[in-house]
Design a protein around this ligand. Sequence first.
Ligand code: BTN
Length: 259
Amino acid sequence: MSMDYLKQDNINRYLNTKIIGRNVVFLEQVDSTNNYAKNNDLSNGSIVTCEEQTTGRGRLGRRWESQKGMCMSIVLIPEIELSQISRITQVGAAAVAEALEELEINAQIKWPNDIFLKGKKICGILTEMKTEKDKHPYVVVGIGMNVNNDHFPDEIKDIASSLFLETGRVIEKSLIAAKILNHFEELYNEFICGNFNMTLDICRKKSYVIGKQINLIENNSVRKATAVDIGSEGELVVVTEDGKTEKIISGEVSVRLDI
Ligand code: BTN
């Protein structure tokens, strides 16, 4: 699959969207597709893809290794309140889970932005934005998925994996990218029109955390809790050890499974 570049023509073969993914900026090599998307004023729905990402970024300043992976950043210019932007990460996670479902791969969403398969992380989402006075926010949703990787370094091989390692299938990156974009457009359009429930239903159905013991990590303190639901605003609803119900807002507290 040496010609499996994430270029417009390859993606188009599987794409059924109107706007999302209809302008592909493909780069052989780039530091980070999110950086490129943020530093170039691209139109709503454009995507930035690459063959090699040299310094891919994850959440909390972590690195994202993307060899043999699928990297893409979706540019969105939504007319919504800033407080709603974090929900777009959940739209992305739901789109990834639905795309994998179509390929008969039953992945799960670790609230709010990681995708797990058989207990290991295979995909992460990093949403960033730029704001300017009197302009709609410029949002970049970066999706990195381990697709055909055949090994991982010892330090992470117990927690990270790829579609290939978990299913034995070599999957075309352009196919998976297009399927994600197809689902993303549908869920995003609903969200923009005020219907976040479609995304929430998928996030609940595919949740990797609901019903599990978790650690809530916040300002160097760790508390144990049980995740019980995802609320109507996308927040994680937990019951703490002292029996209190709390709503965890994305970005404020880091959630780690208690295993
Ligand atoms: C995470 O798991 O913390 C999020 C990882 C996000 C990685 C993707 S790869 C495409 C885009 N470009 C980046 O630099 N990061 C995101």
